[in-house]
Design a binder for this molecule. Sequence first.
Ligand SMILES: [Zn+2]
Length: 331
Amino acid sequence: MSKIPHFTFDLDAPGVNTGHLFVPKGADCEALSLPVFSLNKGKGPRLLITGGCHGNELEGPIVARRIIDWLPGAQTCGRVIIVPELNPLAVQAWNRNTPIDGLNLNRVFPGRADGSVTERIADAVSRLLLPMADTVLDLHSFGPLWEFPPATTTHPIADADLMAKTLRMAEAFKLPMTLVWEHDDTPGMFDTFAQNQGKVFVCAELGGGTVGAEDLGIYEAGVRNALIALGLVEGEAEYPTFRQQKSSQTLETLTSDWLRSPARGIFEPRCSVLDEVKQGDLIGILHSMDSLSASSVDIRAPTRSVVCAVKSGLHVEANDGVALLGRPLNP
Ligand SMILES: [Zn+2]
């Protein structure tokens, strides 16, 4: 029993149940026990909420716990399974990747039973957790190095029907930004693995920078809105207030929309997320550390756009991303 992944409890039992997802030991480390919450109210939507895939994005684990506290008094049907930390080793290290094998959990799906620890976690999630859900909400954030608004994201999906369903689910959070995000083909993503099985998968990117109380309230409201839209909870969705505004916009961003640093130096942001900029507007300034007489370099918007993400003031290398721009989807 201890050689294969398993649940330590019966998830089919009615009501609230908690236990663990057991990930077997391997050559590199001991077995892991990932805490799992399950609330089974019979027939209805089957939802999986995960957080802590990346260890320096703790918005997800915190919001997941708030949802666990709220759900027993709110859920009226269906089943919700919540795993606040998919990768406890990365969370403990406050590191994006797992320290032991250096792997990014969101690049190794569906994992390997005889692989390194990150691959074994992915294998347990793929084989045991994912089959129990039709919808997955994976709670990430942009991490400590970025300013980023509370957002949900999806990537373009070839299946038009699944794309429409996924976009509707992402917009149901009613967070300030819903982002359809094109990027280069990246193997091993949890998103793609779930979508290839026809599941609706929304990646929430719950802000960036430091993790503060006001923003956590916005993120929790967004996840609650999603549960209302799924019909698991009764009630009216509300637009969370972000920077004095109650509004939501759907944007798209392409791989060519990254603005990159032309050299190494200290990046000074000169815009904020959700700013509307036109061609030539200042996005940031790059300061050389080699000489105070060297002139700083302005980084400007190449076209009319909305600022989706901007890097915090910090030292960057040449070609590092410093801002991500977007534009309204199908304006
Ligand atoms: Zn992440």
